[in-house]
Ligand binder design. Structure first.
Ligand code: ZN
Length: 136
């Protein structure tokens, strides 16, 4: 966890927000749902949802992607922005939405069981077939 204050926005800037407080380093998720949503693996940081302050969210829409989670996207430019497990206090933010230097680093690959064969994983980054226990 890193204490940071960051800015983030989608491609059209219809969704534009700041984050503060503890940020989890980035996890690359290779699950089928992230692949379909992002067009490639996802790269997410994670914060307490209360630490997000929206400057603009007029184009933010939510898609209930499974029983347990929903995904936030921009209905104008199509950017995949958020992953939210319903009923939890945290929210994942697609790291590519961050503007400027993030001070974050990529710490693990998760759900690598679903990884497609057209790309290779960085050998220096830990990998887990599913979601590892005792990390967040
Ligand atoms: Zn947008």
């Amino acid at each position: 966890m890193k204490k940071l204050s960051l800015k983030a926005s989608c491609l059209c800037r219809g969704v534009n927000f700041t984050t503060k407080g503890n940020h989890r380093d980035v996890q690359n998720c290779h699950c089928i749902q992230c692949m379909k949503t992002h067009g490639h693996h996802a790269a997410y940081t994670n914060v307490e949802e209360q630490n997000i302050k929206f400057i603009k969210k007029s184009t933010l829409k939510w898609f209930r992607s499974s029983k347990r989670a929903k995904r936030g996207f921009c209905s104008k430019c199509g950017a995949s922005i958020f992953f939210k497990v319903i009923g939890t206090k945290n929210i994942s933010i697609a790291a590519g939405m961050l503007d400027g230097a993030t001070k974050l680093k990529t710490i693990m690959n998760i759900f690598t069981k679903d990884k497609l064969d057209y790309y290779k994983l960085n050998k220096d980054v830990k990998r887990f077939n599913f979601y590892p226990k005792k990390t967040n």
